[in-house]
Design a protein. Structure first.
Length: 96
């Protein structure tokens, strides 16, 4: 017989895992001047463009945080509706 507590704990862990990965973040986000852009793929890849140079990185979602692991280290963006907010006042607006 399956223990109800174990079953519920397993479902909770699965729900948390899906919430952090399968939900994915997709689409393109740009700053107001069009200098910086982030193109998110639902598989965890992100392409960051700054002043015409594009770099590939990966990302993970943790609640309202987007953790981007790229060549410069980990950058944390915060989801705020259809916008992403980052360090030094970076504000990215969803365009696609």
């Amino acid at each position: 017989m399956i223990d109800l507590k174990q079953h519920l704990a397993g479902l909770l862990l699965a729900w948390i895992a899906v919430g952090c990965t399968a939900e994915g973040l997709s689409g393109e986000y740009r700053d107001a001047r069009g200098v910086t852009g982030y193109a998110f793929e639902p598989d965890g890849r992100v392409f960051i463009s700054v002043m015409g140079t594009t770099t590939a990185a990966t990302y993970q979602l943790e609640a309202d945080r987007v953790l981007i692991d790229g060549p410069e280290g980990i950058v944390v963006l915060y989801r705020n509706g259809e916008e992403l907010e980052g360090p030094l006042g970076l504000r990215l607006i969803r365009v696609l």
